[in-house]
Design a protein around this ligand. Structure first.
Ligand SMILES: Nc1nc2c(ncn2[C@@H]2O[C@H](COP(=O)(O)OP(=O)(O)OP(=O)(O)O)[C@@H](O)[C@H]2O)c(=O)[nH]1
Ligand SMILES: [Mg+2]
Length: 507
């Protein structure tokens, strides 16, 4: 089989897989074991803080053990274009420049957690000092060769780059190190595709995957059409560029475009239902609290602690991908909703920012934002900044925000001091020990819009809807059943008062 033919076949597999993927992905297997979850929290393979690139390199290599017999054969390298990470043995690579080593290390740690979450086993992590990525091979030719040695030595079958790779960079790097190479975006997309539950979520993730895949279709026709460089139609492309490869790629492109169009249409069709749901909530105006924050900060755990809702908690990134709404009441009996949201992450692939705008819109709609921050994280400031950026993007910047430093049980005095400095009004809480939860609830209660208008109402028995509405949005002080209907004493919000006037027994 010629090279072009084999690539063609491979493209075929890939496209089939992505297009058919949604169904398989929903089959609901669990990929997290408690053992791995532990490793995430400990950051056991993560580089130490004061190391430079060389040390990191050495230390990590010494700490590694190769799992025999599991490495993938080299033949597989070109086999899969859109790669799935599951259970792959990976080496992480990244670059850092003068003065941002710490940042690069933190980002690397996060990539480590992302890779584990996607189901890969991380064998090594390497950071190279260079101001900008090499345009052709990302790492530069010499370093790429060294990397090839490390990869072979530890028996990795995949390299993950902490950054975004141009399709051509990825190809060149792959040719140099002889194993498949993927970037951070691909890892995040993979996690999202494994975790999306709702039909809308799945459609959005698939769309994002196809968007990502499209410019990365590898094949003869692809490189040829690039050579033809901007000439119109096929006519100027010249001899040899109109082979079966090109036809095939074009065909695939068309199929992908068709599929994408259908997904976009589907997603559009979900919108009215979502808006109706939201409008309904607005009509009944139960005040709402959104729990937002960086991925793995403990948002779902906090929601569980508050409502005992049993929301999926996992020591993994992006455990929550669909917004979960729970009801709660304040001390003085005012009902409100609590919404768990998808976690934020830096460099969220732009395809996904758009895709998850819908979940984030929940945040923009809320009355109060509880911004959960992992108190045990080495770089809380940049996590806070990332989350605030996204909050701003969805137009929720002016909403009251409560900073909750979660995992306070893991923060020592120094860390607490540092966090205090960052956010003097932040509350230390722990979903695990229960520390600070009372204070958090009080703060929420203070910030929620309060019903203050006292009403004494007599509601006819055929107006059950009004009674139900009151239960949703007012503080009910007493209910009695009289001859003329239900007598309710309640406190309501100012803006609800006019429509209740007709049932008022006073005035
Ligand atoms: N020690 C400690 N661990 C916590 C605390 N709260 C949460 N965790 C752990 O942190 C991990 C992440 O918790 P989740 O509640 O799933 O975090 P999340 O913010 O909802 O994460 P995503 O949905 O993935 O964005 C889990 O392993 C929790 O057990 C806490 O107060 N203390
Ligand atoms: Mg969660």
């Amino acid at each position: 089989m010629s090279e072009a033919e084999s690539e063609k076949r491979n493209d075929d597999d890939v496209i089939e897989r992505v297009l058919a993927g949604a169904a398989q992905r929903s089959s609901g297997y669990t990929i997290f074991s408690s053992g791995r979850a532990q490793a995430l929290q400990e950051n056991s393979v993560a580089p130490s803080d004061d190391a430079d690139g060389e040390q990191l390199d050495r230390e990590d290599r010494e700490a590694l053990r190769r799992v025999a017999g599991l490495s993938t054969e080299l033949d597989d390298v070109t086999e899969v274009e859109y790669r799935q990470l599951r259970l792959e043995q990976v080496v992480l690579i990244g670059i850092y420049s003068q003065g941002n080593l710490r940042d690069a290390e933190n980002s690397m740690r996060e990539l480590f957690a992302l890779a584990e979450t996607a189901g890969a086993v991380v064998l090594d992590g390497l950071l190279q000092k260079r101001a900008t990525p090499d345009p052709s091979t990302y790492f530069g030719k010499g370093k790429a060769r060294e990397l090839a040695g490390v990869v072979a030595a530890v028996g990795a079958d995949t390299v993950i780059v902490d950054g975004e790779l141009a399709p051509s960079q990825r190809r060149a790097l792959e040719d140099a190190i002889k194993v498949k190479v993927i970037d951070r975006t691909a890892v995040i997309l993979d996690i999202f595709s494994q975790h999306a539950k709702s039909r809308e979520g799945k459609a959005q993730v698939e769309l994002a995957q196809l968007e990502y895949l499209l410019p990365r279709l590898r094949g003869w026709g692809d490189s040829m059409s690039r050579q033809a460089g901007g000439q119109v139609g096929g006519a100027g492309a010249g001899m040899g560029s109109r082979g079966p490869g090109e036809t095939k790629i074009e065909l695939d492109r068309r199929r992908i475009h068709t599929r994408m169009a259908r997904l976009r249409k589907q997603i559009k069709e979900f919108k009215p239902a979502r808006d109706a749901k939201r409008a309904n909530r607005n009509r009944f105006e139960v005040p709402s609290v959104a729990i937002a924050g960086y991925t793995n900060a403990g948002k779902s755990s906090l929601l569980n602690r508050i409502t005992r809702a049993g929301v999926l908690v996992e020591n993994a990134l992006f455990a929550t991908l669909d917004a979960t709404v729970r009801k709660s009441v304040t001390e003085d009996g005012r009902p409100y909703t609590l919404t768990d949201t998808v976690g934020f992450v830096r460099n969220l692939p732009h395809q996904l920012v758009e895709a998850f705008r819908s979940t984030l819109e929940e945040v923009a709609d809320s009355d109060v934002i509880v911004h959960v921050v992992d108190a045990s994280h080495p770089d809380p400031a940049s996590q806070i900044a990332t989350v605030r950026d996204v909050i701003g993007e969805v137009g929720a910047r002016d909403l009251p925000e409560i900073i909750a430093f979660n995992k306070a049980d893991l923060a020592d005095d120094d860390q607490r001091l540092l966090l205090r400095g960052l956010e003097p009004t932040g509350i230390f809480v722990s979903a695990r020990t229960g520390e600070g939860i009372e204070e958090l609830l009080e703060r929420i209660s203070d910030l929620l819009p309060t019903p203050s208008i006292e009403l004494d109402l007599l509601i006819p028995y055929d107006r059950g809807d009004v009674v139900a509405m009151l239960h949703g949005r007012a503080v009910i002080e007493s209910t009695e059943y009289e001859e003329g209907g239900t007598r309710v004493k309640a406190r309501v919000r100012e803006r609800d008062e006019p429509m209740l006037r007709e049932f008022s027994t006073i005035g």
